[in-house]
Every structure is written in C-alpha cells, then in structure tokens.
Design a protein around this ligand. Structure first.
Ligand SMILES: [Zn+2]
Length: 84
C-alpha cells in the first residue's frame, strides 16, 4: 500500500493539502501545464468546488493552498456557516 496522493498524476501537479472545510484536496499546479491562462505562474485549485486562484510564487501558492476560504467563494460560505 503506497501513500500516493490523489491528483498527483495530473499535468503540472506540484503539491496538495487537505482542505479542512471540504475534506477534499486543494492542489497547486503549474498554470501552463494545465492549459490555463492565469496571471501568475501557479494556480491553486479547490478541487471540491472547482474554483482557483493564481499566484506568482510557490510560497504564495502554499499560503493559498492552506486557506481556500480566502479565494473560493463556496469555501468562504462554508466557513461562515460553521462559525456563525
Ligand atoms: Zn472551495
């Protein structure tokens, strides 16, 4: 049994982390490898909701990966529902 993560066979995959709001992974990809015309080199995707944000550095992408509620409107709504 390997510890293989989901999504890591996709084009441009760089990193992933479980989104605590959805229990689905947020994934960082190289935008060009995914065929996405983004502002930044990297995109972080909320795989649960299909929303994404671009960033120009891997360090920023990792910040985005840790908190999808900052850029995924559906995660933001989940967060509101949990905390209110
Ligand atoms: Zn989301």
């Amino acid at each position: 049994m390997t510890n293989r993560k989901p999504f890591n066979d996709r084009a441009g995959y760089l990193a992933s982390r479980i989104n605590a709001l959805t229990t689905i992974h947020n994934v960082i990809y190289l935008a060009a490898e995914q065929g996405i015309d983004a502002d930044g080199k990297y995109i972080t995707v909320c795989e649960a909701h299909g929303q994404m944000v671009s960033s120009t550095s891997m360090s920023q992408a990792r910040v985005d990966m840790k908190d999808a509620s900052q850029w995924c409107s559906k995660c933001a709504r989940n967060l509101t529902e949990v905390t209110v």
